[in-house]
Ligand binder design. Structure first.
Ligand SMILES: [Ca+2]
Length: 274
């Protein structure tokens, strides 16, 4: 069986490996790679990393203080844990989906995650980082942030700036047309205008460079692209608004039910209550 024959969502584990020259319509739905291709590689990477860590820790006790860079190769999406899915926190509910905020879950409170680790924390619970496709859902998340004085969170928003995104005129310019929700691979509406069906543009009108977002500001500082979508709470005297931020920064997250992962766990665990 070849990778492309697999229909089972359990096989799709990697966060982004688009197929070159794929059709426009299929492309976002196929940004994953199947498990068999990556599992062996993943196991080798884990062994190498463990061996390297052991050597490094012996040589330098302070090694654990060095923060790992987020976009390093060899990091993959986690598969869901059926028991965690069944017992996932359900703090609020909107249009068929449950949500939770990590700071309101005792075992996760106070923790921060880079963007990919944030996705993986959610995915263990059959969830993913929150995606705000409508103004109503966005308002709900903004209210959560306002009422709890949350400084910032990650969302599943991601810039299509990785391998497979090149040669796509429909995604250009990237800062306007190149954003999508990783959780369900839906495109995010153009960033430079009020989204259709919305009464306001959720992207901030200012930021580090005093320019409207997304501004890719950190790239000018240290060469790191701001490829992930964060909601910041008045960091630039701009209220609660969307910002492009470099993915290695660590933030608490809001998780939202993933239909794909819930359906997969339901279909592979007879009688499970989700
Ligand atoms: Ca920015």
């Amino acid at each position: 069986m070849s990778c492309s024959d697999w229909k089972d969502p359990s096989q799709y584990v990697r966060w982004a490996t688009p197929i070159a020259n794929d059709s426009h319509d299929n492309w976002f739905a196929r940004m994953d790679v199947c498990e068999s291709d990556v599992l062996l590689f993943q196991m080798r990477i884990v062994c190498l990393v463990l061996a390297a860590c052991a050597c490094a820790c012996l040589a330098d006790p302070a090694i654990n203080q060095i923060r790992q860079v987020s976009n390093r190769p060899g990091r993959f999406l986690s598969l869901p844990n059926p028991q965690k899915c069944s017992n996932r926190p359900k703090q609020f509910f909107y249009k068929g989906h449950n949500y939770f905020f990590t700071d309101h879950v005792p075992e996760l409170a106070g923790r921060k995650f880079d963007w990919l680790d944030g996705r993986n924390i959610c995915r263990e619970y059959c969830m993913d980082l929150v995606s705000m496709e409508t103004q109503e859902e966005n308002n709900m998340i903004f209210r959560l942030i306002q009422q709890n004085d949350v400084p910032y969170i990650w969302t599943s928003g991601r810039l299509c700036d990785f391998k497979g995104c090149e040669g796509r005129p429909d995604l250009e310019p990237k800062n306007i047309f190149g954003w999508f929700w990783s959780a369900n691979r839906e495109k995010i509406q153009p960033t430079n205008r009020t989204p259709a069906g919305w009464g306001y543009n959720p992207w901030s009108q200012t930021g580090h460079k005093k320019q409207r977002q997304p501004d890719n500001a950190e790239f000018d500082i240290n060469g790191t692209s701001e490829s992930c979508l964060s909601i910041l709470n008045n960091v630039y005297n701009d209220g609660i608004a969307w910002h492009d931020v470099a993915c290695y920064h660590e933030k608490p997250v809001v998780c939202e039910d993933s239909d794909e992962l819930l359906n997969y766990v339901a279909s592979t665990n007879s009688g499970i209550r989700l």
